[in-house]
Design a protein around this ligand. Structure first.
Ligand SMILES: Cc1cc2nc3c(=O)[nH]c(=O)nc-3n(C[C@H](O)[C@H](O)[C@H](O)COP(=O)(O)OP(=O)(O)OC[C@H]3O[C@@H](n4cnc5c(N)ncnc54)[C@H](O)[C@@H]3O)c2cc1C
Length: 407
């Protein structure tokens, strides 16, 4: 096979899904000299009004891979300020200058990454191709329009997101309990500044809002609802009643205007899927296909880039499946418990929430650990002792339940 032409019959690696993590995987394998065939069902990418937060060292990788975001369509995030609506003082977490993420809209990042891959030797991309199933012998069945095609590769990578067809083929239905619903909107042209420091606002009822800049005069707002999403006609009244009081007054009018136009809101059913479906034979998964955290933490893209680099380093699924969880399980554990402690409504979590806020306000070490969690740094595991309270409570509950069980 010559260097700049990939045979469609057999590439070294076949990647299902050209989202941000699939593209990072293609670059990482091309860096190692592999030939890559990547397919996606859609071009252009789905217009999600959400942001991706790209943390160093992934920022340097984007540079090296020649990923150029359009002017004005990204900002450097300075940190996150946590607010407890109706509670005490906010807690400001500042990223050190060398750990500030690049924050950019999802479609801009995906387009820019796809374009950068067109410049690379040994990478071929096909769009409008839907992966139907994969086989353990390295063959892939796809459909494009009315024609079905089969590809083969030494390594198959499922980078096809949360509802991964590749994972489904290997593991069957891997459930994700939907625990909340998130409404995402993009506000352009408000003239509001200062949101390079993202705001995450929670209340005692488990509601959560995140506001941050993601470009010049471009804000992203995500509202996480612990209950069912309201019907379209009721969204404005619902947002006005429950979320407007949590948000800075300058956002009220722009947000309510969007809330009156249901087509400008993108809804997603949210929850957490533990990251454990890494590989099977010559098939590996990366990014959201492996698992994901709650999106309001904003760490999943960086987790996915870690998957891509680790898989390309091993060059096979076997080995990756052990090395990657070793690197990422700590941050995953801290992230899961942190979000649960801030938002869940179970009685034990409300107690832990008070403890967490108390620690964040009084302890520089807890603030440092939380800052590291938001910047996807393993040193976030400094928070783990707080979460042990939750684990211990549950163990006690289970012990009580079994001792009360007459059988
Ligand atoms: C509301 C919301 C807010 C978020 N905010 C942030 C944030 O601030 N920071 C952050 O880091 N992350 C955030 N995330 C998460 C982030 O968007 C994902 O972690 C990231 O997009 C995962 O990338 P991926 O490439 O694994 O999957 P995806 O982005 O889902 O890409 C999968 C690709 O596979 C393609 N595909 C799927 N099935 C098939 C098939 N059968 N055949 C062919 N192609 C297929 C799709 O078209 C898509 O292009 C957010 C998510 C949501 C929902």
């Amino acid at each position: 096979m010559d260097d700049d032409h990939v045979s469609l019959d057999h590439a070294d690696v076949f990647i299902a899904g050209a989202g941000p993590v699939g593209c990072a995987t293609a670059h990482a394998f091309a860096d190692q000299g592999w030939t890559v065939l990547m397919v996606d069902a859609f071009d252009p990418p789905t217009p999600r009004p959400t942001a991706e937060m790209v943390f160093p060292p992934a920022v340097e990788l984007l540079d090296r891979w020649g990923v150029e975001l359009p002017p004005g369509r990204s900002v450097r995030g300075t940190g996150v300020t946590l607010y407890e609506h109706g509670g005490g003082d906010p807690v400001e977490l500042r990223f050190p200058p060398d750990a500030q993420p690049l924050v950019t809209p999802y479609p801009d990042l995906v387009e820019a990454m796809r374009e950068s891959l067109m410049e690379r030797d040994g990478v071929e991309m096909l769009y409008g191709v839907q992966v139907l199933s994969v086989e353990l012998d390295g063959s892939v069945h796809t459909t494009r329009g009315t024609s079905d095609t089969q590809f083969r590769a030494d390594l198959l990578v499922g980078a096809d997101g949360r509802w991964s067809a590749v994972r489904h083929r290997l593991y069957g239905e891997v459930g994700q309990a939907v625990t909340s619903h998130t409404a995402s909107v993009m506000l352009e042209g408000t003239g509001l500044t200062g949101y390079e420091q993202a705001r995450v606002i929670t209340d005692e009822r488990g509601r959560c809002a995140r506001v941050h800049a993601m470009g010049r005069d471009l804000l992203g707002i995500a509202l996480d609802l612990p209950e069912e999403r309201p019907p379209d006609d009721d969204v404005r009244a619902y947002v006005e009643k429950h979320y407007v009081p949590m948000l800075p007054p300058e956002l009220h009018d722009p947000l309510l205007r969007v809330a009156s136009e249901p087509e400008r809101i993108t809804w997603s059913g949210e929850g957490i899927r533990l990251r454990h479906t890494y590989e099977h034979g010559r098939i590996a998964m990366v990014g959201d296909a492996v698992g994901h955290q709650h999106p309001l933490l904003g760490i999943d893209f960086t987790m996915g880039v870690g998957d891509a680099l680790c898989l390309a380093k091993y060059g096979r699924a076997n080995g990756y499946d052990r090395a990657r969880p070793e690197d990422s399980a700590g941050i995953e554990y801290a992230a899961r418990h942190f979000f649960e402690a801030l938002t869940a409504r179970k009685p034990e979590t409300v107690g832990v929430r008070r403890l967490l806020w108390e620690q964040l306000r009084s302890s520089p070490a807890a603030r440092e650990a939380a800052m590291r969690l938001f910047s996807v740094d393993v040193r976030a595991t400094g928070l783990v002792p707080v979460f042990n309270v939750l684990e211990e409570y549950r163990e006690r509950q289970e012990a009580d339940a079994s001792s009360a069980d007459p059988s």
